[in-house]
Ligand binder design. Sequence first.
Ligand code: NAD
Length: 422
Amino acid sequence: MALTNTIYNSPVFQQACDQFDQAADILGMDQGLRERTKQPRRCLIVRLPVRMDDGRIETFEAYRVQHNISTGPAKGGIRFHHDVTLGEVAALAMWMSWKCSLVGLPFGGAKGGVVVNARDMSTGELERLSRRYIQEIATFIGPNLDIPAPDVGTNEQVMAWMMDTYSNHVGHYDPGVITGKPVALGGSLGRREATGEGVAWFTKAYLTDLGIKPADTTVIIQGFGNVGSEAALALDAWGAKIIGISDFTGAIHNSKGINVRDALAYAAANKSLDGYKGGDALTNEQLLEQPCTVLAPCALERVITEQNAPKLKCRLIAEGANGPTTYEADRIIEQRGDIELIPDVLCNSGGVIVSYFEWLQNQSAYYWSKEEVFEKLHKMLAKAKASVDETKKKFNCSRRTSALVLGIARVAEAKAKRGLFP
Ligand code: NAD
C-alpha cells in the first residue's frame, strides 16, 4: 500500500490507512472523497506543566486528534501511556470514526493521549496532570463538539476530575462533556462493564454460530484492565474456562482454569498481576501462542504480527483492544482460513455505545436502570453484527473489511452530501 506522508506517520497510522484503502477500493471511492474521508480533520498538541510532589515542575506532551466532525460531535477516549504518539492517537481517532458510524451513533471520531507513565505518579500528581490537560484543550472539546472518555491508563476518577475542570471553565455543571464518569457524577450504570460486556456478547454470538458450547470454550485474554477483566468476568459467568490472563508485567496460564475474581482482587491489591500464584508464569508473547478457543487481545495495538500469526492456536480472535492485529497478520489469518476474527470496530463497540447512552442521559437529566442500558446495548450489538455478516457475504471479504466498508461508507456519504464550504 502507498505510504501516507503526514505528521501522523507511524506504523499504526499506516495500518489504519491500509485498512481504510482496502475498504475504499471495494466502495470504488474517488480520490478526492477518499483523502477527505481518510485523513484526520484537525489536531491539537499541547504541553502540560505539572507541579510534582517534590516541588519540581515537569512538562508532558499531549494530543487531541479529531478525525471526523462531519456526522456529529467527535467522540473518543484519552490514553495516558509513556509510548503514546501523535500517529497512534490519529489511528485510534480514525477507528473511532468508523466504529461510531458502523453502530449508528450520531458522533464523529476523536482520541486523546498524554505521554506519561501514570503508574509512577501519586494521586495528587495524576489529578493535576488530568486537570491541566483539560484546561489546555477546553476550547477544543464540549458536549456538542468533542466528548472524551477513558482509555488505557485513565479511569472513572480521572474522568471526574476532567469533567469538574471543564465545568469550572464554562461556569456550570456540564456532565455531557465526558463519558465514563462515576455514577455519582452523571455516569451511566453499566458503562464500566460495557466494553468487556460487548466483547463477551460478540464472542458468545460467534461461538454459537460456530456450534461451540460454553463448556467446550477456553479463553485467553491479553490485558487485564477495564476491558479484559470485564470480558473475563462475563465469559466466566457464561461457563467458559479462562485459562490465560496477562498485564504489562507478564502472563499467567492455567489449563485447569483461573479464578477470575481472585485474580482481580490480587491485581487491585498489588497494582498488577506480578507474583500472582494462580497458574504458571509466561511472557505476553508466549501467552498469545497457547492453544485456546478464544484469544482476546485487550491491551495495546500490533501484538498479532507476521511473526506470531502463523503460530496462533485459537478458533476465534475477539479484538477487545483497538488495532491489535497488523495489516500483514490479517492477510496471514485470512489465508489460514481456520480462525474467525471479530474486528475491533465491532468487537469493542459496546464501550462507545454505552458512552452514547451516558451522554443522552446527561442531556436529558433522566437516568436509566442497568437492565435498560444492557437491553438497549444488546439490541444495537445484534443489529451491527447482522449488518456486518450480511456485508461480508455481499462482498466476499473479511469481517474486518466488511465492518470498515459499512463504517466508512456512511461517513463518506455524509461528507459528500454536506458538500464543501464555501
Ligand atoms: P486499561 O488501562 O484499563 O487496561 C490495559 C491493560 O493492558 C492493563 O492490564 C495493562 O497492564 C495491560 N497492558 C499494558 N501494556 C501491556 C503489554 N505490553 N502487554 C500486555 N498487557 C499490557 O485499558 P482499557 O480501557 O482496558 O483498554 C484496553 C484496550 O481496549 C485498548 O486498546 C483500548 O483502546 C481498548 N478500548 C477500551 C475501551 C474502554 O471503554 N475502556 C473501549 C474500547 C476499546
